[in-house]
Design a binder for this molecule. Structure first.
Ligand code: NAP
Length: 275
């Protein structure tokens, strides 16, 4: 980190008002004794926002929906993994005044998944073909797992599957696929649409594990139905905390208080929804 005190970090996205990143990052930075603040910025114009990083100046930025790919041309450097994934969720404004792009979603997902199962040689169905699906594909393959893509829009799913060299199946054929773990990377079931699920109830029992990248609510309709069907379930909280922890490592070079980060987010979710 540079010797700016207090350092300023930000979240760029739209919308950002419901994000729990400020809560989680501020708690972590404070506990680490770093004089810094982290705020959420609702971005309308990405080019303008990117100029602000150097002018303000900001030490680091988290990037979220819908800018994870759009931000890439504005960076001085994008690391090889983020390049392969095709999405950046972390910007570090380095000591040479350069903007470096990274992706921490993939490692967040992998670290959390590995708390529950060994990825190597397991078969995964990744539902969705957006930025999170890309991070999941990279992470699972990196750890020796075998992913397939299932997506609503066949053209998008096929394109992604071809790019990563994995099989693609349309959503209508999901009944015929067997796998160890299903990962939902679509936003279906996210608050406020808590009653929705991306899959028919009778299909879920086919998977031993079901992971939902959504963390708000903690138990999505998909996870409720998966539990009823006897599956082991993994919510998106661990991934959220781990991707944020990795951002702090990149920005500060120090180890963040992961347990505290999890605790503050969990407490807020419980307070808001009784999850
Ligand atoms: P995205 O790039 O917009 O991709 C969303 C995907 O979901 C698309 O493939 C889309 O299918 C599919 N989809 C959307 N609505 C659908 C519907 N009604 N029926 C069927 N498919 C639908 O989004 P993203 O950035 O990957 O984010 C996806 C989710 O992951 C969000 O809920 C986000 O909050 C969550 N996430 C969580 C973490 C974490 O740390 N826990 C990190 C990153 C993201 P089409 O191709 O057919 O449009």
């Amino acid at each position: 980190m540079k010797n700016r005190a207090p350092a300023v970090f930000a979240l760029f996205g739209n919308p950002v008002s419901h994000s729990l990143s400020p809560l989680m990052h501020n708690a972590a930075l404070q506990k680490m004794g770093i004089a810094a603040s982290y705020c959420a910025c609702c971005v309308e114009d990405m080019e303008e926002a990117m100029e602000k990083i150097k002018k303000l100046p900001l030490e680091g930025v988290s990037v979220t929906i819908p800018f994870k790919t759009a931000v890439m041309p504005y960076l001085d450097e994008v690391d090889a993994i983020a390049q392969e994934i095709g999405a950046v969720n972390t910007i570090w404004h380095d000591d040479k005044d350069r903007l470096q792009g990274y992706n921490t979603d993939w490692i967040g997902m992998v670290r959390d998944l590995e708390e529950y199962l060994e990825i190597k040689k397991k078969r995964f169905v990744i539902l969705g073909a957006g930025g999170t699906a890309r991070a999941a594909l990279f992470g699972i393959r990196q750890r020796g797992g075998m992913p397939v893509i299932v997506n609503r829009t066949p053209e998008r799913g096929e394109r992604l599957a071809k790019e990563f060299g994995v099989p693609f199946y349309p959503l209508s054929q999901i009944k015929g696929i067997s796998a160890d773990c299903l990962i939902n990377t679509t936003p279906i079931g996210m608050a406020p649409d808590r009653k929705k699920s991306p899959l028919a109830r009778d299909i879920i029992g086919r998977f031993r594990w079901v992971m939902d990248c959504i963390y708000n609510p903690l138990k999505t309709q998909l996870l409720k139905e998966a539990e009823e069907a006897g599956c082991m379930v993994i919510n998106g909280l661990g991934m959220f905390v781990q991707q944020g922890a990795e951002q702090i490592r990149i920005w500060t070079g120090k180890e963040p208080p992961v347990a505290l980060m999890r605790e503050v987010v969990l407490a807020r979710l419980k307070e808001d929804h009784g999850d």
